[in-house]
Design a protein around this ligand. Structure first.
Ligand code: APR
Length: 173
């Protein structure tokens, strides 16, 4: 059965899905943006668990519990910092999505929500990032993520939502 793909505008910390993805940094010790929002909503136990993970290289993802979040898990991934597009940024961002889908399969979750990884503080152009997200979603579903039934992509504002709707139009449910 194919997964239901939808675009959601709003705050990812409010989503009662099995896993929300955090756009973290390599320390995994919190920050601003969606990272800050997730840590605030999850509570201090999230940081305590993150401290046991010894960081995360760019492009990879690590799982923690969700604590006070409605989501059961947080998949912390580290996107690339945009340096003009000639430092392998696109491949590294693609790897973030692949790492999260691999974690989804390993965890056998049914629902997941992604923020627009790297498109805030890290400066990755949002349109290009959205196309990478869509392409990696198609690849993951072709490979098979057996239990995954619902995939949400979260735009934090109207502009971000519109960019996601345009990029995902061909595969939206
Ligand atoms: N819900 C959903 N999306 C959000 C939320 C939220 N509560 N808050 C911010 N966003 C959006 C931003 O508008 C942006 O589109 O998440 C996207 C990613 O932006 P950032 O959070 O700035 O993440 P990123 O660009 O990947 O930079 C990561 O920022 O916060 C630090 O610790 C983090 O060092 C890391 C860096």
């Amino acid at each position: 059965m194919a997964a239901d793909i939808t675009i959601f505008r709003g705050d990812i910390t409010r989503l009662a899905v099995d896993a929300i993805v955090n756009a973290a940094n390599e320390t995994l010790l919190g920050g601003g943006g969606v990272d800050g929002a997730i840590h605030r909503a999850a509570g201090p136990q999230l940081l305590a668990e993150c401290r046991t993970l010894a960081g995360c290289p760019t492009g990879q993802a690590k799982r923690t519990a969700g604590y006070n979040l409605p989501a059961k898990y947080v998949f912390h991934t580290v996107g690339p910092i945009w340096r003009g597009g000639r430092a392998d940024e696109a491949a590294l961002l693609a790897r973030c999505y692949r790492s999260c889908f691999d974690l989804a399969a390993e965890t056998a979750i049914a629902s997941i929500a992604f923020p627009a990884i790297s498109t805030g503080v890290y400066g990755f152009p949002a349109e290009q990032a959205a196309h990478i997200a869509r392409r990696e979603t198609e690849y993951a579903l072709q490979r098979g993520v057996p239990d995954l039934r619902k995939i949400l992509f979260v735009g934090f504002d109207v502009t971000a939502e519109q960019i996601l709707l345009k990029a995902f139009a061909p595969i939206l449910s």
